[in-house]
Design a protein around this ligand. Structure first.
Ligand code: HEC
Length: 134
């Protein structure tokens, strides 16, 4: 019973209903992304990628805080390739503070994170994103 519930919750979270993205972003992959995100990214971006500050657009001591990645900030304006390159290289190259994860995470873990983040976005943003980039 517990397992069924977990699967249902995962399906719900992954936004499989009506986005047509269900086959690609399998529930298992999204689950891996969620776990990997919690371990590596949540400390700055928040447990549910909601960000940790009210205003991520205002620098603190000259540095921008980590933006939310749940669809309320800019992340969804960037192609999967660019998001991946930010994960790999971090933000230090543009004067930011995010560390790079090039060698810390496998390609599969990084893709799983992208799929997990996508799953958090509202359906409307998912649709825009899919028509733009997928
Ligand atoms: C030490 C804090 C920290 C950690 C850990 C961290 N980030 Fe970031 N992240 C930031 C900051 C700060 C920015 C804004 C750019 C900058 O200053 O580097 C950012 C920016 C981003 C962006 C660009 C968002 C946009 O709108 O363009 C993405 C994508 C991102 N982070 C994903 C991740 C992922 C995925 C992880 C985990 C693998 C992660 N971050 C771990 C602090 C962090």
């Amino acid at each position: 019973m517990k397992k069924v519930l977990l699967v249902l919750v995962t399906i719900f979270l992954s936004g499989c209903f009506g986005t047509g993205n269900g086959e690609k972003n399998s529930e298992k992959n999204i689950e891996l992304g969620k776990i990997t995100f919690k371990k590596n990214c949540a400390i700055c971006h928040g447990k549910a990628a909601q960000g940790l500050v009210a205003d991520w657009k205002t620098p603190i001591n000259g540095k921008y805080p980590a933006p939310p990645l749940n669809g309320t900030a800019h992340g969804w304006h960037h192609s999967p390739k660019l998001l991946l390159s930010t994960i790999n290289a971090g933000g230090v190259r543009f004067g930011g503070t995010m560390p790079g994860f090039q060698n810390q995470l496998s390609a599969a873990e990084k893709q799983a994170i992208l799929d997990y983040l996508f799953s958090l976005w509202p359906a409307e943003i998912q649709q825009k994103y899919s028509s733009r980039f997928k």
